[in-house]
Design a protein around this ligand. Structure first.
Ligand SMILES: [Zn+2]
Length: 188
């Protein structure tokens, strides 16, 4: 499964299994793509880079200036610069919705930075605690600021799919994150 972004970059789903791992919601958080590109990919489903246009532009938003993690069709979605002109208006948002609806993952991990914390939505407390222990990060149930239209609200809160958000420590070199990340994958 794949699609093309507005700027013609490929967004793809690779691997197979019932756990989905998503990298690079935000273009200035490239850790997820590096980790997914360099880990074994036989056991799980991966979207290495959800926002290749943002990654190429070196910015949080996609090519339309929309924050993908504010564009999901949730009850609390808000229009405007961050949320986009309509819920799920963006190609990237629609692709991830299609992947979740088609593959029905039992657990979803999303890879962000820089807060060095493990956050979760929906029935994911146990999974979050297990992952946080491996990474030696604290678990935080709430990231501490409002996130209308977030993926965690759409999948975790409103659909009951456990969603764990890893906020990697951006002070840590990428290669030093790889081994703990591989351990996390093996534990799922
Ligand atoms: Zn992020």
């Amino acid at each position: 499964m794949h699609c093309l972004s507005k700027n013609g970059n490929k967004i793809e789903l690779v691997g197979g299994g019932d756990v989905l791992i998503v990298g690079v919601f935000h273009g200035e958080e490239p850790q997820g793509k590096y980790l997914i590109d360099n880990c074994p990919r036989d056991k799980h489903l991966f979207i290495p880079c959800l926002n290749p246009d943002g990654l190429a532009l070196g910015r949080r938003e996609n090519a339309n200036g929309v924050d993908l993690n504010r564009n999901f069709p949730t009850a609390n979605w808000q229009g405007g610069a961050e949320g986009g002109p309509a819920p799920a208006s963006e190609i990237e948002t629609q692709f991830l919705i299609d992947v979740v609806e088609k593959h029905k993952p039992r657990l979803i991990l999303t890879l962000h930075s820089p807060f060095k914390v493990v956050n979760y939505d929906g029935p994911a407390r146990d999974a979050a605690e297990k992952i946080a222990k491996i990474l030696n990060y604290p678990v935080q149930a709430d990231i501490g600021y409002p996130t209308p239209g977030s993926f965690g609200t759409w999948a975790g809160v409103e659909r009951g799919i456990p969603v764990v958000t890893i906020e990697f420590d951006d002070k840590c070199p990428f290669h030093a994150l790889l081994q703990p990340f591989c351990e996390v994958l093996l534990s799922l």
